[in-house]
Design a protein around this ligand. Sequence first.
Ligand SMILES: [Zn+2]
Length: 367
Amino acid sequence: MAIFVSCTKTTEDKAFIKSNMFGSVYDNVIITWVVSNKIISYTDIESGVSVPSCVQPNCTHSKKNAYCTAQIDDYAFGLINYDNSLYILGREFIYKCDSSGSNRRIIYEIPLKTDAEYEYSSYPDTSVLYKDSKIYFVMINNISKEVEWEYAPEHFQTVTDSTNTNSYTIHSYDFKENKGEVIYETEFYTFSHLNLMEITENNIFFNLSYNANTEWDLMTSDEVFKSGIDIFNLNNESVSCRLNIKTGEFIEFDKHLNAVSGNYMYFIENGEIVQFDWENSKSEVVYAAERAQVFDDTLFAYGEWDETYQRCDIYFLKDKQWQKAGFDFLINFETRDYFVSMDNNSNLYAILKSDYYAGIDTSFKIG
Ligand SMILES: [Zn+2]
């Protein structure tokens, strides 16, 4: 079962919202959209009760019931509960409905990329952020038209099917003002991915990975295979970016961003967490780790991943002291009071944050 959820955070409507792609979370409730049956549900972590966002009496919430308000025949990557309404980021539209799922209507048509030369198929990525009354999301613009590409004349070719060449546009939409805009657009990249990382008062952060060997731009994967290139060795580059959403100032870092907290960006370099204070342009090593994350305003450090036991040592910085977690619990996202983990079978487990820090394993399976 694949679940797509959004990466969201708010302080404005007093509902705690923060998560990653596993779910849109407010207070201790997770809103999910399940791809297999296209149903939007609310799951209360404490009771484990999952309720489809449907107001139809005796509804079985199946695809056959056209009146089921939990059904959405579209993508639903961004699910935001704001001011007693549920907002849904679809493939080309943003929808608004009552929290119950009823009264759904289109409130925004996402401006799709157009170009005289190429035809794009644009669709939203799972990467979504939310702050205050605004949602930030990414549209992938894939070139799908037959294209005569003259970038490399010695390899002149006509691309006739979907390629792996994309550009990315970062959009924002303000629920309060009912206004959307494109805030950033990338170049074209092959075998690329853009992942929104964090949104703060003034800045949005994202990681961008792409194949730096631009000669192969606009080749289909089939053509790449036929040409005998090892696609896993395509000189992949990974950069992280900080865009000031107020001034438009854009800074690219030649590093993969792990986490953001306050004025700090966290990168991993040579097995150590480097904390970069961008207000003062100061860097310092804070701990040895293979990966860093921030949950509950707390910095987590992860040791080397053990393939055999499918685990790693976890440390967290509390009261200016590094402590080792008392048990294995890989945090995927958090709600107001809980850390939530997802196993390989998409089962969700929760533990009270206070118990986690105290080293008391009271984790339980949700539902
Ligand atoms: Zn229903």
